[in-house]
Design a protein around this ligand. Structure first.
Ligand SMILES: *[C@@H]1O[C@H](CO)[C@@H](O)[C@H](O)[C@H]1NC(C)=O
Length: 268
């Protein structure tokens, strides 16, 4: 009888396709919440109501007493008509930042040959969390000598090929004093159970087990709050604003966990 169990296991070369899929998905996640935040923005709602009312007025669709109930519903269709272009434009303006983030992530050397890349330092690691052999989440911590590099290996004008070869060799071994959480994702239904905390803790323990590692960096996007909350629970603090994305300029923070902070948390 198989027991229902969650387990964290290391990446295997046969996971390459799966990992590229979920890393892409995680990079696009902010887009949906960016769009929703625009639709629920006060000014956007005001513009939508104003345009719809003008349209109803122009079409002379305001309800009239002599008409039947169905005909009096026509103002609603004007509101629906006006919602579509607003949704379209919002998505069109927000999308490029997220697509760029996804394309860059898929072109970095660590996703070309993941097993080799994360074997360059004993403090690095890539893990997959499964529940009953179903994919639930992933995390990757990079402590190699390129841990703070954001270099992409294929030009942005070329498609992100799975077998693209890096221009430079990524075979040098060694451990940097700054490790980076490169990928961190948990499927939506499992987030309420806080399995992201288990994954993150696992990666932190692994990285800090090597003496050289002094601090761990991670990206905290205000549009994807479950990551920021998990980082906060482990003692990460916001260090700087890396960039702003989308129409409403949401912030992407760099968060940092110092070894001292982590060790004092373990003692407490
Ligand atoms: C993550 O970002 C949010 C705002 O975008 C900020 O309030 C929070 O403190 C950040 N958390 C960490 C751990 O950096």
């Amino acid at each position: 009888m198989s027991e229902s169990a969650a387990r964290i296991r290391p990446f295997q070369p046969s996971d390459q396709k799966l990992v590229r899929f979920y890393v892409g998905k995680s990079r696009m996640e902010g887009l949906t919440s960016a769009n929703v935040r625009v639709y629920t923005n006060f000014f956007v709602l005001a513009i939508w109501i104003a345009l719809s009312s003008a349209f109803v007025h122009y079409m002379q669709w305001w309800p009239r007493r002599e008409k039947g109930l169905l005909e009096n519903l026509s103002p609603l269709s004007a509101f629906a008509c006006m919602a579509l272009p607003i949704m379209f434009i919002t998505d069109w303006v927000n999308r490029p930042d997220f697509e760029k983030s996804m394309n860059d992530a898929l072109r970095r050397p660590d996703l070309v040959d993941t097993a080799i890349y994360y074997a360059r330092s004993p403090a690095s690691g890539f893990w997959i969390l499964e529940f009953n052999d179903r994919f639930v989440g992933l995390i990757a911590v990079d402590a190699s000598l390129d841990s703070t590099s954001d270099e992409v290996v294929v030009g942005s004008d070329k498609p992100a090929e799975e077998n693209a070869k890096p221009a430079k060799s990524y075979s040098t071994k060694g451990t940097s004093n700054v490790a980076t959480i490169r990928h961190f994702y948990v499927e939506e239904p499992y987030r309420t159970a806080s399995v992201q905390d288990d994954l993150l803790e696992h990666a932190i323990k692994h990285a800090f087990a090597e003496k050289e590692v002094e601090r761990i960096r991670a990206v905290n996007e205000s549009l994807v709050p479950y990551i920021g909350e998990a980082l906060h629970r482990q003692g990460f603090v916001s260090a700087s604003v890396l960039e702003t994305v989308g129409v409403l300029n949401w912030h992407v923070h760099e968060s940092v966990l110092e070894r001292k902070v982590w060790e004092s948390k373990q003692k407490a």
